[in-house]
Design a protein around this ligand. Structure first.
Ligand code: SF4
Length: 319
């Protein structure tokens, strides 16, 4: 088993290169050497045309060039990145998708990707099984429409997560789903609930607007669910703090600009994919200099540091 153990500034980071499992002990506010996780959009192409798509992905979206992707890999390696979360658009539509997975693994970084599941050809599934740590299938349709593809991936021993967006309006559906999960959920590694972000301006769907009793019921059901693992993105931690008694050691707050960064298909670098400011080009700057000196990164860290002055901060994180 190949494991990396990084000890710095009273923090210990452990990463398993075989399956991507990792954990961090300590409360380092940010990793000075660079991000550990890179979120990389390799294409803005997608045929689904979802009205809520915050990337405005479309059938004519741009693919990252292989020269540019190789630059991402070289820069990532210099920073000690352990994982690249490949996304889009629909990343499997990139003409060199299989090569991207292979190159990433060969340089010593674990590739993972998220997909809408519409283009998982046998070649892509085989490459996923060979090179990836895990994949995430994003749920946009009836949940049972995903049964066949999840079964196929699971039969190939691929670690599959379902990505589900939590909105005010989806709570009822998920309460029912968690109460009576379909049998094929046993094939999942985990269900990851992602807090809805109003990147397209529709604040009405925010979880904050949901009835308190529904939120309470949802998290109660979650705490009693045991068919597969359940996870949440860090944007959901305030709800976990309010509605569950999960040990605070398992929480983390926004990782953007602290341990992760986002790069789009034009090689612009941002703290995260939802960031609405100007990106900093990786064509003219090294990833390490963007990470350490980029205004957007410094500003974002400053905002997060301000959270520590809130009286609730100690309660949330226990330090
Ligand atoms: S499937 Fe995903 S990438 Fe494609 S249009 Fe919908 S939200 Fe955008």
């Amino acid at each position: 088993m190949k494991v990396r153990i990084e000890k710095k500034n009273k923090n210990i980071y452990v990463f398993n290169y075989e399956n991507g499992a990792n954990f961090l002990l300590g409360n380092e506010s940010y990793r000075a050497d660079g991000p550990l996780l890179l979120d990389v959009s390799i294409t803005n192409r997608c045929f689904r045309n979802c009205s809520f798509c915050y990337k405005n992905a479309n059938p004519f979206g741009k693919d990252i060039s292989m020269v540019d992707y190789n630059r991402v890999l070289q820069e990532a390696k210099l920073c000690g990145v352990t994982q690249i979360a490949i996304g889009g658009g629909e990343p499997t539509l990139h003409p060199w998708f299989v090569d991207i997975l292979k190159l990433t693994r060969e340089i010593g970084i674990i590739p993972n990707y998220s997909t809408n599941g519409c283009n998982l050809t046998n070649d892509i599934i085989d490459a996923t099984s060979k090179y990836c740590g895990a994949i995430a299938v994003s749920v946009y349709d009836n949940i049972n429409d995903y049964k066949d593809i999840i079964t196929k991936l699971s039969d190939k021993k691929i670690c599959v997560n379902l990505h589900v967006i939590l909105t005010k309006d989806s709570l009822d559906d998920y309460i029912n789903l968690i109460s009576e999960p379909p049998k094929w959920f046993q094939k999942l590694n985990s269900i990851i609930f992602l807090n809805y972000k109003p990147a397209n301006g529709n604040n009405d769907l925010l979880l904050n607007n949901a009835e308190y009793s529904k939120l309470h019921k949802f998290f109660e059901k979650i705490c009693n669910y045991n068919i597969c693992s359940i996870g949440f993105d860090s944007c959901t931690y305030t709800f976990l703090n309010e509605f569950t008694d999960i040990n605070k050691a398992y929480y983390d707050y926004c990782e953007s600009a602290r341990r992760s960064a986002y790069i789009n298909e034009n090689l612009d670098v941002f703290p995260c994919s939802f960031y609405k400011g100007q990106g900093i080009s990786l064509k003219q700057n090294s990833l390490k200099s963007i990470w350490q000196n980029g205004t957007t990164f410094i500003n974002h860290r400053n905002v997060l540091e301000k959270c520590k002055t809130c009286p609730l901060y100690k309660i949330d994180f226990g330090f």
